[in-house]
Unconditional design. Structure first.
Length: 73
């Protein structure tokens, strides 16, 4: 699965159980931006849920985002 660094960060946080509002706060973006990334991922990979996109990402060897952006709680 080819992802941008931001998409990998978002998927990492979703896999940790974070909701869009928390993801937006941690990454310094709007909730709408997080949702836009997710909608594009859903369309691109033909899935319809957060669980499905994370499962597909992990099955295809997805790894948590690097530490280039502080996503600590």
């Amino acid at each position: 699965m080819e992802l941008s660094p931001r998409q990998a960060q978002i998927l990492t946080l979703i896999a940790e159980g974070c909701q869009d509002k928390i993801i937006a706060q941690r990454l310094g973006v709007s909730v709408r931006t997080v949702d836009s990334h997710l909608q594009r991922l859903y369309q691109r990979y033909h899935v319809h849920s957060r669980a499905a996109i994370v499962a597909k990402w992990l099955r295809e060897g997805g790894l948590p985002a690097d530490d280039s952006v502080d996503i600590d709680r």
